[in-house]
Design a binder for this molecule. Structure first.
Ligand code: SAH
Length: 343
């Protein structure tokens, strides 16, 4: 049976031919506006048509495997499975500025960052646009049932979104359509470890999503040790791509910086970071390392975090500290999936 979930309106029209376009529009509204899972729910379609569609098509997004709620009630983590049994992590974060979902872009990851749990078993496969949209819809439905709504999307879960570019762009364009969630591009953040040529492709798409760079080190030597991608695209071309993206979109780029105790969290590192970011249209988001069982790094001390933060802000670099959310639900990348499959 063919799955209609994840098709654009044009694709639905083509698929459902010779049905008239207004039928495809009704069906799109049921799938994307009302979260319909069956044709039976589509009560403005003739009964015979509903029955006929049900013999040929299904509407399948993602299935819940596990749900974990943080004790403070602010974070809910879901392990969701797709048709082939592949599973990914999705996190709902209830911020004071709205509800945000963090989605995965791949099953596993090939980038090999030394501190990250997502990449421990390599890349299994890319997610399709429909699967990524399915992650978002799962959480949007979950919120809708509680009388709430989804306000923003961050592509910051497992995987490197820029290594799955075509599916990512298809998903973002569909998400933005009025007949879908009508999500403003400004409410979407894409996080990348720094695949420089694809950052340029993203700019050329002219969809003004927020770009977030996983920087994590202020010099090439340390960055290449922590993140293999840096050996292919070093800091100089990466920061040039950041400037270019900021200028083209008029939007500040976020630089994520994981603080790893004793590795990249000293005042000297803060000084070098301030130096390379000086004069650039960026914000720094400091992320205290979330311990991963399989990784030997340790979190920074509270004092080191405060000093790093203070140094940047008093040296002309706007910085924030990521509020720790969901540590008790293994919310750091890949941790839930890793537990589920390696236990
Ligand atoms: N591949 C993309 C998106 C996924 S990682 C990227 O690299 O940006 C999302 C963010 O979580 C990245 O900044 C990543 O470096 C960070 N991260 C990974 N493991 C972490 C951990 N154990 N503690 C804190 N942050 C982590």
């Amino acid at each position: 049976m063919k799955n209609l979930f994840g098709l654009t309106l044009d694709e639905l029209v083509a698929e459902l031919e010779p049905l008239p376009k207004f039928r495809a529009k009704q069906i799109a509204a049921h799938i994307y506006k009302h979260g319909a899972k069956t044709f039976d729910e589509m009560n403005d379609l003739p009964k015979t048509l509903r029955a006929e569609l049900a013999t040929r098509y299904e509407i399948k997004a993602a299935e819940l495997v596990t749900q974990l709620d943080s004790r403070d009630g602010l974070t809910t983590k879901f392990l969701l499975a797709f048709a082939d049994g592949a599973a990914v992590e999705v996190v709902l974060m209830r911020h004071d500025y709205g509800n945000s979902v963090c989605i995965s872009s791949q099953v596993g990851c090939q980038m090999g960052c030394k501190f990250c749990a997502s990449t421990l078993n390599g890349l299994e496969r890319n997610l399709t646009a429909a699967e990524m949209l399915g992650e978002i819809f799962f959480v949007a439905d979950f919120l809708r049932r509680a009388g709430q709504k989804l306000d923003s999307v961050v592509v910051m879960g497992t995987g490197e979104p820029l290594m799955n570019f075509d599916a990512l762009i298809k998903m973002l364009r569909l998400l933005h359509e009025d007949y879908c969630l009508g999500m403003s591009y400004r409410k979407v953040t894409i996080s990348t470890c720094g695949v420089v040529p694809v950052i340029k492709k993203l700019r050329d798409e002219k969809i003004p999503v927020t770009l977030s760079i996983s920087l994590h080190a202020p010099d090439d030597r340390l960055r290449s040790e922590l993140m293999p991608i840096n050996s292919a695209f070093g800091l100089k071309p990466l920061l040039a791509a950041v400037d270019d993206y900021a200028q083209s979109t008029g939007r500040r780029v976020t630089c994520e910086y994981i603080l790893l105790g004793g590795v990249n969290d000293t005042e000297e590192h803060a000084r070098r970071l301030a130096k390379i970011l000086s004069g650039r249209l960026v914000n720094v988001n400091l992320i205290p390392f979330n311990p991963v069982d399989e990784r030997s790094f340790r979190p920074p001390t509270k004092n080191a975090v405060q000093k790093f933060f203070h140094f940047l802000n008093t040296h002309g670099i706007s910085a924030t500290i990521r509020k720790e959310m969901g540590a008790d639900v293994n919310a750091a990348c890949g941790q839930l999936r890793a537990k589920q499959f390696n236990a």
